[in-house]
Design a protein around this ligand. Structure first.
Ligand code: F6R
Length: 261
């Protein structure tokens, strides 16, 4: 069992985090054109998707053979509601690139039988040969996907309640109307994430610094879900300097800055 994360890079700013992440994804796809990706939503990966679109348009990466699964989805909304992660992904990524629709997978925010939906999602991931690269953000409380504190490290895709602080963090998708943010979500589990061959975690901004510190230095404990990543042998962490206030202490290296390579 791994106990420490040793591939941690501090980027100068959040754009540099996005660019480094897009490059990692492109490399993964260049090495394995039919890569299976687990994709995040939220504010953190917006630059990553924008750079990836640029790389696709520049002919540097071909997405025609990849398959994607989204990490999680709100539960109890029509699929085409602007607040769903399906809608987010269409807006920021899939409307701008060509990925065959049959290779793009989402959890159904409107599933009549959520348990069957979640089991079916795990089945589809298995049928695609498993996740090659899981890309994650991290919540202020250390969550990954919608695996809130207390989630079992062997948890699989399931229906979960969303904590109030996480609902508040997602209100921006609902015109800042907290009452409109769903109370439940479907999420891939920590076990599902740990089954990925490689994991890339991104964090930007001061609000993430405590969760990142605990992930790196704290106990490996379900109360800090991201600490589970220390049990995985291929994790890369990309931070901006705000999310990594203790960069000197951890002795991390810098990654190339935008335009600097
Ligand atoms: C989103 C997801 C969440 C976010 C996390 C950070 O698909 O799984 O775990 O990655 O809440 O969100 P942002 O990036 O908005 O700070």
């Amino acid at each position: 069992m791994e106990q420490r994360l040793d591939d941690i890079s501090i980027c100068e700013n959040e754009k540099a985090v996005g660019k480094a992440a897009a490059k990692m994804i492109a490399q993964q796809i260049q090495q394995k054109p039919d890569s299976v990706l687990l994709l995040p939503t939220g504010r953190t990966p917006l630059d990553m998707y924008a750079y990836l679109v640029e790389m696709v348009n520049a002919g540097q990466v071909d997405l025609s053979r990849i398959a994607t699964f989204n990490l999680d989805e709100f539960y109890g909304l029509p699929q085409d509601h602007p607040g769903t992660f399906r809608s987010y992904m269409q807006r920021v990524f899939f409307s701008q690139v060509q990925v065959p629709a049959e290779r793009v997978h989402f959890l159904d925010s409107n599933a009549a039988d959520p348990a069957a939906e979640c089991d079916g999602y795990e089945q589809k991931i298995r049928e695609r040969g498993g996740i090659d690269l899981a890309i994650l953000g991290i919540g202020v409380n250390g969550h990954i996907g919608f695996n809130e504190p207390g989630s079992a490290f062997d948890s699989r895709t399931r229906l979960v309640p969303i904590r109030e602080e996480t609902r508040a963090a997602n209100a921006f998708l609902f015109n800042d109307h907290l009452d409109k943010v769903p109370t439940h979500a479907l999420t891939t589990g920590i076990g599902t994430i740990l089954d990925a061959k490689k994991i890339l975690l991104l964090a930007t901004g001061r609000s993430k610094a405590n969760a990142i510190h605990e992930m790196i230095h704290g106990d490996i404990n379900p109360e800090l879900p991201a600490s589970a990543l220390r049990m995985h042998s291929h994790v890369t962490v990309l931070l901006d300097s705000f999310a990594a206030p203790e960069s000197q202490e951890t002795g991390n290296r810098l990654v190339p800055q935008p335009g600097g390579d």
